[in-house]
Design a protein around this ligand. Structure first.
Ligand code: SF4
Ligand code: SF4
Length: 106
């Protein structure tokens, strides 16, 4: 029997399948904070990297107003709060996020 995935509808009645955040590749993360700012839920936390192998404390400010800080890394704090909008993936410059539809329990 095929697995049924959690689905919903748009306001106009079009079927829509949320893709929930499953993993975040911290190794690729540059600590810019974009995903934290765009997420409508309480899913992420920006924390200090445990091992810092550079003495350079300068932050890289782009003209988009976000700070690229190699000393920080984004973590999934509360994955169960994700609504599967995938906004985090659309703004991440390093493709750190992975998503998947969610199976409905029988
Ligand atoms: S998919 Fe949406 S709700 Fe889930 S972590 Fe990304 S931005 Fe937040
Ligand atoms: S948008 Fe990507 S690179 Fe920026 S903090 Fe989030 S995961 Fe890291």
């Amino acid at each position: 029997m095929a697995t049924t995935m959690l689905t919903s509808l748009t306001r106009g009645g079009t079927p829509w399948t949320p893709t929930f955040l499953t993993t975040l590749e911290g190794r690729k993360c540059i600590g810019c904070g974009r995903c934290f700012k765009v997420c409508p839920r309480d899913v992420f936390d920006l924390v200090e990297r445990e091992s810092i192998d550079s003495d350079d404390d300068e932050e890289d400010w782009d003209d988009d107003g976000f700070s690229d800080d190699p000393h920080m890394v984004m973590m999934i704090k509360n994955g169960d709060d994700c609504i599967g909008c995938a906004a985090c993936s659309r703004v991440c410059p390093k493709n750190c996020h992975h998503h998947a539809p969610w199976p409905v329990k029988p």
